[in-house]
Write a protein that binds this ligand. Structure first.
Ligand SMILES: [Mn+2]
Length: 326
């Protein structure tokens, strides 16, 4: 059965307890932060000690660590720049330590230069709740980054190089590699190619280095912009046993122009998605991912409002109960 997780980092706070009160028992972990008083200067957060203490901190709060969604620096790997060898060594250390600690899934992504992009992070939605959005017309034309123009083929080449190094390590450690899509799923953005942006390209990823550990973080907000048939895509990849992690969320619009939405207010048939996860036998976790900022919360972290998360958890719990009892 699909399980719900939330993402936060130690130390335990009110959000942890609210999420626990909603009946959530799993967490998506992120490392770093000043909470770890035992970390020695120069000790990487992905080394064994800090990772073990991270897992323990979550367990002390009543949460099982299901996924790591942090990454060591990887930009040189993605761009094929000098120094990528050291970056790959860090990823190898992370994967091996996750294996030792039995943390089953690592969520990574292939967005070079910069991560998710929005052109507005305070768009009024239902009842005045605030959501983020993207409009290609609001991206300045001369907005190249310091990395200049980066081709999609270069990104594929570097991804293949990376996977041929990492997949054998992940197989040995029994850690699944879950590739998160580009957000927005559009190419290029600011001169940098984006390859994790279509159903076909995801199939190419899986075929690039075939392995039971080479798979997908199915972020619905992006995948639903790639296809008119998201449930069909879930069945397509789920049939190959390639979905390792789910971001359960929705949007309205196109890759060029979209806004995020409440879970019950987007363009996707969420119930049919849940039926697809049920039918493929998905037993991993989902997390709500981006949620609207609701009354009573500030918009300091757009997409991660505490109250918005509670609505999302309740919605997903109801959907799970309904669909799995059909
Ligand atoms: Mn996502």
């Amino acid at each position: 059965m699909m399980k719900i997780a939330e993402v936060f980092h130690p130390p335990e706070d009110a959000l942890w307890r609210m999420v626990k009160q909603c009946g959530v028992d799993h967490v998506v972990g992120s490392f770093g932060g000043a909470w770890d008083k035992d970390r020695t200067p120069g000790e990487a957060p992905w080394s064994y000690g800090p990772l073990k203490r991270l897992k323990q901190a979550y367990e002390n709060g009543g949460f099982e660590l299901a996924v790591i969604e942090s990454r060591p620096p990887m930009n040189k790997i993605k761009l094929g720049l000098p120094g990528r060898k050291e970056e790959i060594e860090n990823v190898i250390e992370l994967i091996r330590n996750m294996g030792k600690l039995k943390i089953p899934v690592w969520c990574y992504e292939w967005m070079a230069g910069f991560n998710w992009q929005r052109t507005d992070k305070a768009i009024p939605s239902r009842g005045g709740a605030l959501v983020t959005g993207f409009d290609i017309n609001d991206v300045p034309e001369n907005s190249l980054t310091e990395f200049g123009v980066v081709s999609e083929e270069a990104l594929w080449t570097n991804l293949g190089f990376f996977l041929r190094k990492i997949v054998p390590i992940a197989e040995e450690a029994n850690v699944k590699l879950a590739m998160h899509p580009d957000d927005p799923p559009l190419s290029p953005v600011r001169g940098i190619g984006r390859i994790m942006r279509s159903i076909e390209n995801y199939q190419r990823l899986l075929d690039l280095v075939p392995s039971p550990v080479n798979g997908i973080a199915l972020c619905q907000g992006n995948f639903t912009l790639m296809t008119d048939d998201l449930p069909g895509a879930i069945r397509h990849f789920g049939g190959q046993k390639k979905i390792f992690f789910v971001h359960f969320r929705d949007v309205k619009g196109t890759p060029q122009q979209f806004v995020e939405t409440f879970h019950d207010d987007g363009q996707t048939d969420m119930a049919e998605c849940m039926r697809a996860y049920r039918d493929i036998g998905y037993h991993g976790v989902c997390r709500p991912d981006h949620v609207p900022t609701m009354e009573g919360d500030n918009n300091d972290r757009p997409g991660y409002s505490s109250i918005g998360r509670l609505f999302a958890i309740g919605y997903i719990k109801g959907l799970i109960d309904a669909v799995y009892s059909e």
